[in-house]
Design a protein around this ligand. Structure first.
Ligand code: 6PG
Length: 255
């Protein structure tokens, strides 16, 4: 596989980062809907995307530009908690964005994380992907956009360092036991992310600067820095980073 060259944008601060991501996503939606009927996006969880979701929901410059009935929402990963739990990635996206926009319920494809059996929840979600993308065994879904974050330990989605999920090459979605949380996470796998048309990492804050430099400019060690696994073979890889997170990178800092 050829070397993937990420497109790195260093943005002044967290608010500008969200605005830049919103502009990019709205533009991506416009371009993709020129040639297809729907736009499938997998959302990331955690805190970074909150202000992006708020912007997309509340700012007319964004929310009036999107035919929301053509947008299908998925999650790159989900915590093994019910959808109304404070830690639910679905709940965060619903509270900040989905509930505020005219999105048909059938366009919201959340993980059935209330299923007490994490493996079963993962299998259910995998079936949802097979059905939506009309896949046969061995095929990978091609998302129009995948939003990802990165933790200070270099994880992305729920692909955590030294966990079994990192080695998965065939499954689309698996339940990944994360020892430090003593809980399962349900996560899409690296092959799914790497089949996307566009992957956008949003990384903010100086706490991630050291790891970000190792991920982007250090030696390849994806078992320790899972974000390095994300190398879309036939798509764009964008890193939208604020200056605080970029401070250890040896690139020209600027917008
Ligand atoms: C999750 C996310 C996770 C997140 C990173 C960064 O379920 O928490 O999918 O991968 O993107 O942990 O989180 P922050 O944006 O909160 O730093």
């Amino acid at each position: 596989m050829g070397v993937i060259h990420p497109e790195i944008s260093i943005i002044a601060d967290a608010n500008s980062l969200s605005r830049a991501a919103a502009k990019l996503i709205v533009r991506q939606i416009g371009e993709q809907l020129q040639r297809k009927e729907y736009f499938a996006i997998a959302l990331s969880g955690g805190s970074t995307p909150k202000s992006l979701f708020n912007l997309l929901a509340k700012e007319p410059a964004f929310n009036t530009q999107v035919p929301w009935d053509k947008i299908h929402f998925f999650w790159g990963d989900e915590r093994h908690v019910p959808p109304d739990h404070p830690e639910s990635n679905y709940r965060m996206a619903n509270d900040t964005m989905l509930s505020k926009l005219p999105i048909p319920q059938e366009n919201i494809h959340r993980v059935m994380s209330e299923n007490s059996d994490a493996d079963s929840a993962a299998t259910q979600y995998e079936q949802e992907l097979y059905a939506f993308f009309h896949l046969t065994k061995g095929q990978m879904p091609r998302f129009d956009c995948i939003l990802l974050g990165m933790g200070p330990d270099g994880h992305t989605a729920s692909l955590f360092p030294e966990t079994s999920a990192l080695l998965e090459k065939e499954r689309l979605v698996i339940a990944n036991w994360v020892e430090k949380f003593e809980s399962y996470r349900i996560t899409m796998t690296a092959p799914v992310f790497n089949n996307a048309d566009c992957v956008i990492f949003m990384v903010s804050g100086e706490k991630k600067a050291e790891t970000l430099q190792a991920v982007l400019q250090g030696e390849k060690q994806p078992y320790h820095f899972p974000a390095q696994l994300i190398q879309p073979a036939h798509g764009r890889l964008l890193w939208i980073i604020d200056r605080a997170a970029a401070r250890n990178l040896n690139v020209q800092v600027g917008e």
